[in-house]
Write a protein that binds this ligand. Sequence first.
Ligand code: NAP
Length: 254
Amino acid sequence: MRGLIGKRVLVSGGSSGIGLAAARRFLEEGCRVFVGGLDAAEVRQAVTELRPYGEVSGFAADVSLVEGANALVDAAAEALGCIDVLANNAGIAWREPFLEITPEHFDRMLAVNLRGMFLVAQAVGRHMIGRGGGAIVNMSSTNGIAGEEDYAHYNASKGGVLLLGKTMAVELGRYGIRVNTLCPGYIRTPLNASIAGAMTDGEFEASHVADRIPLGRAGLAEEVAAAYAFLASEDAAFVHGAELVVDGGQLAVM
Ligand code: NAP
């Protein structure tokens, strides 16, 4: 990808799954990377795993809290010198029928997936304005575009992320900050392994996933990481306010 060498990248939720793969991809592209995560041991483990690929450090904080989001962005800015790229990736998901979702569960889903994304993006946006621009990629989902059964709270949070990103693009373009949104479909990660419950990844994908995806398989975290790298790069210099679907054709099915 053009224009990524030397860029300083914050990957929230960079200690696992898609975020971990994105952190590695940015390192391989010649970037310096700072990873966030909720659990300090997970973040330490990720930094150790990523170190062979380049210059990386990390910090654990809860992005759903104002103090947590600000502490993460401050720590990244201090470690990297500044932030050129934000992969705004941290998120949670679990299955629950609409009629059984408690207000507390609804609030937690929205707090991490929508409020957390807003808090980190706002802190980074303010930082980027001070230094003349940057690129922000927010993580939504195909679930932000279509309603999957048993995910009402998750779908609502990811739908919110889509319009948060479009509005950020409208307001931040004038500062040289490009804002785009990623919408992956079913990607094989620890998050989905937890949703698969007692089934193996393979069993769950065969029974719940493969027949809904024209390419006939789940996606890989590395395939979403490539989309992060593209949207952050100079190759996407005129891509702004867009959503990029990475779903093996799932949303193309009627
Ligand atoms: P994952 O493996 O569970 O990784 C989630 C990451 O977010 C971890 O680093 C986790 O940190 C962090 N995180 C969770 N809650 C946090 C909080 N309150 N504060 C700070 N960090 C927090 O999940 P994934 O599948 O890679 O998902 C990454 C993103 O992609 C999410 O936004 C998800 O909604 C989105 N997505 C995933 C899929 C998919 O099929 N997997 C599809 C579409 C979109 P800890 O490990 O310390 O908890």
